[in-house]
Design a protein around this ligand. Structure first.
Ligand code: PMP
Length: 463
């Protein structure tokens, strides 16, 4: 319940403060002649993200159906914003919350969940979906074995898309006075784009799903990407690639695929040129929205959903030195690594950890052999893992001959090779390699936008 006053609303509970988020008109980064782009700032929700809406709605629906009763326990597998939303609802409504998170979840995120009084259970993040230790499998088991346990199941719970159909979509329609022509939103569970999209497309709005380049949703290969909490990864050992039941892929009219580099650079422009500090999925959505704006022209009105704030990603997306070593940013001054590397042949040979020694040997073909083959994956099904670069190890080509032909290379992989970003300052990179004890004949992988593109020797990196 809210009491409206001229100073703003007064609520009985923090949960009533979820939703009714501001729209902000982008001022400086919209292309000339393009449609205006307005952004829905979901980071202003009290738990910090769009997932507060789903958390409140799922719990209310469970209370109404009797699935969740007084003294009950809310269980979910999530390291992300849904966990925070559920922890907040559990605290406000007096439930216990048990959240299962992948072991690579940052200590800050675990601390955030615990700060709300939630119990956190960690489990390996790099396992296929059918493995009983998989985040979602383990959460389902805990919910079933806990008396009064209730699994929120954001991927299958219809209250998730429904809340966006009943709140997010209508808010956007009202806030734009019915003038919105395009909705742009990323899809994690797909709840936002399905629900808000359903409401708005019934009113003639074009719905555009923004998707990381390699995500399966938009037709990518399912390999890892840097933007967290959206898109769909595919672990190579996952037997059946199931998509969330709540994502109605018929709702978006089309998908804009955006690579990590463009998403990260857009996100940084949002902070520096618009004063909007948002997470990676907000950078992705705005990158797609800027394209849609250019296509729609001045008569359109594009609304992009910014799902959360950038505060919990400072060490990911706003650490310039780290982004340079990953090949996302250029050093302010040259010479750069790419000046020393020069032109390279595209198509660096890499081996999935699951490939056999014989397959890798055959894949090398004729011609000059590289020193090592980077081993990529295991890909992760955990949508909150910073899985870039995607190289997890390497095998030395000289050692392949001594290995059993049908062994998997993953079992023989040594530590990942040293990497440098192509836009890293050359001196900066060399200082780092020296500190790591890299010898002049040692191989070094060069990264562009978090992906290995070529292999050089330390001695090639000369001014
Ligand atoms: N961005 C962020 C930061 C999120 O946490 C989520 C939820 N996983 C999304 C986008 C996607 O929202 P949805 O689950 O509604 O598709």
């Amino acid at each position: 319940m809210a009491t409206q006053t001229s100073g703003g609303p007064v609520y009985d509970s923090v949960l009533d403060a979820v939703g009714a988020t501001p729209l902000v008109r982008l001022g400086r980064i919209v292309p000339d002649g393009g449609a205006p782009v307005w952004v829905k700032t979901e980071g202003t929700n009290p738990g910090g993200s769009v997932k507060d809406r789903a958390a409140v709605a799922m719990v209310r629906a469970a209370e109404e159906s009797g699935a969740l009763r007084h003294g009950g326990t809310i269980v979910e597998g999530t390291s992300g914003n849904t966990g925070v939303g559920l922890a907040m609802v559990a605290a406000a409504r007096g439930y216990r919350a048990v959240l299962v998170v992948p072991d690579r979840t940052t200590p800050e995120k675990i601390a955030l969940l615990r700060a709300y009084g939630a119990e956190v259970v960690t489990t390996p993040g790099l396992v296929p979906k059918q493995d009983p230790r998989h985040v979602q499998q383990l959460a389902a088991r805990i919910a079933a074995e806990t008396p009064g346990g209730w699994l929120a199941d954001q991927y299958g719970n219809p209250a998730n898309p429904d809340v966006h159909e009943h709140t997010t979509g209508p808010e956007i329609w009202t806030q734009t006075g019915g003038r919105v022509t395009h909705l742009v939103a990323g899809a994690g569970t797909g709840g936002t784009v399905t629900g808000a999209g359903r409401y708005l497309s019934a009113r003639g709005v074009q719905v555009v799903a923004a998707d990381p380049w390699t995500s399966r949703y938009g037709g990518g290969d399912g390999s890892p990407y840097a933007v967290e909490a959206v898109g769909h990864y595919l672990h190579p050992l996952t037997e059946t690639d199931t998509w969330p039941a709540v994502y109605d892929t018929a709702v978006p009219n089309r998908t804009e695929r955006v690579d990590d580099g463009e998403s990260l650079r857009t996100l940084r422009r949002l902070a520096r040129e618009e004063g909007l500090l948002v997470g990676g999925s907000g950078g992705l959505a705005v990158a797609a929205a800027l394209r849609v704006s250019a296509q729609a022209g001045p008569d359109g009105l594009v609304v992009a959903v910014l799902p959360d704030s950038g505060r919990i990603y400072l060490s990911r997306y706003f650490d310039d030195a780290r982004l340079r070593t990953l090949g996302f940013l250029d050093a302010p001054q040259g010479p750069l690594v790419r000046d020393a590397v020069g032109p390279y042949e595209p198509g660096l040979r890499v081996a999935p950890a699951t490939a056999t020694v014989a397959e890798v040997r055959a894949g090398l073909g004729d011609g000059p052999l590289p020193d090592l083959v980077p081993v990529v994956q295991p890909r992760t099904t955990d949508a909150t893992t910073w899985a870039v670069p995607d190289v997890v190890g390497c095998v030395r080509v000289a050692e392949l001959a001594g290995l059993a032909a049908d062994d998997r290379v993953g079992a023989h992989a040594g530590p990942p090779p040293v990497t440098v970003g192509h836009g890293e300052g050359l001196d900066e990179a060399l200082t780092r390699l020296d500190a790591d004890g890299v010898g002049s004949g040692d191989p070094v992988l060069v990264l562009v936008d978090g992906r290995a593109v070529t292999q050089v020797h330390r001695s090639d990196l000369r001014r």
